[in-house]
Design a protein around this ligand. Structure first.
Ligand code: PLP
Ligand code: LYS
Length: 406
């Protein structure tokens, strides 16, 4: 944990609870690690859906990393963070002609992931540049809901429709500049990524000469459990680079550029979510630690059964008669659903009211998936800078923000 106990309590006193805290040092370290990991052969673009805080985006930009976006909202934020149109790659899915036009008007390259979207784009941007997202037939991910290639997924163009895609490109006189894929989110072994890359490259060799770039997508995992090993980038390089070498040898454009799109890898570990214990109770033999970290704040455990390490930070002011919990507890939030479970059956000794709970690795798909369910306010986000300062980087919602659209 990158915060000391006292710092955590100080942050909660100043910015409220719950609160997301990010470490600038860890974010920069992950950016540099990833740039090094591919030795310049794959350029990473950060996938903004993982975390769209403007301050973090500016840090990522300073580290020399581009971005991919999947909505006009993300593009709007990216422009505010200082990214130029040629640093943004738009990878949409089932979007309106208006949204496509929003990208085109800004000179942002769009990837079409279906023939319908390619045709829509052709109508709007005849003669323009375009990329195509294919489904390479191999997927991976921490659960079925986040596997985005292979069978039973809505993403990408099935390679069987390659001829139709080429026909549409010709009909609308579009210049195909890149091919992309994304196999899914969170794998810790290199094999599926490499196998999917091989499939995509075979498709490119056979069908698409003269591309500027090929993007293999993101999905690089981080260990959420203490016994999980980090993804071994040396092993990934060892398997991927020979595949790239053999492709380049046979491809017409020797300067074709390779890319990847990590979200979680850059953002997960720099984030810590702090919340407060408000109640400890026994209910028919189970001990529940009741906190303000409902699934409106961190949805991953409820949506995917995802595991996050939770730590107990002792030292709150305990009211008279505060319960001391038994050692195996279930940590829950304050949402009106029984499924609102942050961490089931964890060993936390002596939890008491006003202690803090720190949820590790919550920087990716944490705040970005938060909501106002139950009219709860989304929390503040703060940054621990490399100089050790604590800065507010997004204010918490206010009660007024709940009515501002009426
Ligand atoms: C198209 C695309 N690229 C990249 C990513 C980033 O994935 P991850 O955060 O697992 O690296 C996603 C999300 O899964 C995605 O949909
Ligand atoms: N939101 C997912 C990852 C999916 C990424 C988007 N394709 C998670 O929290 O693990």
């Amino acid at each position: 944990m990158f915060l000391k106990n006292e710092e955590a309590f100080e942050i909660v006193r100043e910015f409220g609870s719950p609160v997301y805290v990010y470490s600038e040092d860890i974010l920069r370290q992950r950016c540099r690690e990833l740039l090094d990991a591919f030795e310049g052969r794959l350029s990473p673009s950060f996938s903004v859906k993982a975390n769209s805080n403007l301050s973090l985006l500016r840090i990522i930009r300073e580290e020399g990393i581009g971005v991919d976006a999947m909505s006009h909202g993300e593009i709007f934020l990216l422009e505010h963070a200082g990214f130029s149109s040629d640093e943004i790659f738009y990878i949409g899915n089932n979007v309106s002609a208006d949204e496509l036009r929003y990208c085109i008007d800004r000179g942002i390259l769009v990837s079409a992931d279906s023939l319908s979207q390619l045709e829509a784009l052709g109508r709007i941007n005849r003669g323009g540049r375009v990329a195509l997202r294919f489904n390479p037939g191999v997927g991976a991910g921490h659960c079925e809901k986040v596997v985005t290639a292979g069978h039973k997924t809505k993403f990408g163009i099935d390679p069987r429709f390659c001829a139709q895609a080429k026909e549409l490109l010709a009909r609308y006189d579009m210049k195909l500049v890149g091919i992309n894929q994304h196999i899914g989110s969170l794998f810790l072994e290199p094999e599926p990524y490499v196998e999917a890359a091989e499939n995509l490259l075979a498709l490119v060799l056979e069908n698409f000469p003269g591309l500027d770039f090929i993007d293999f997508g993101g999905g690089f995992g981080v260990p959420y459990r203490q016994d999980e090993k980090r993804l071994d980038f040396a092993a990934l390089r060892g398997q991927l680079f020979p595949v790239l070498d053999s492709f380049v040898e046979r491809y017409d454009n020797k300067y074709v550029h390779f890319k990847c799109e990590p979200g979680r890898y850059l953002a997960a570990e720099c984030g810590l979510l702090l919340g407060t214990v408000h109640a400890v109770k026994e209910n028919y033999g189970e001990t529940y630690v009741g906190t303000d970290i409902g699934f409106n704040v961190l949805m991953r455990p409820v949506l995917y059964d995802s595991y996050h390490e939770v730590r107990l930070l002792k030292g709150g002011e305990h009211g008279d008669g505060a319960e001391e919990s038994a050692s195996t507890v279930t940590v829950v939030g304050n949402i009106c659903e029984s499924g609102d479970i942050l961490a089931a059956e964890r060993r936390l000794d002596g939890v008491r009211e006003n202690d803090l709970i720190a949820v590790e690795n919550s920087g990716a798909y944490g705040y970005s998936m938060a909501s106002n369910y139950n009219c709860r306010l989304r929390p503040a986000e703060v940054l621990k800078t490399s100089q050790g300062e604590i800065k507010l980087i997004r204010a918490a919602d206010t009660l007024e923000s709940l009515i501002e659209n009426f």
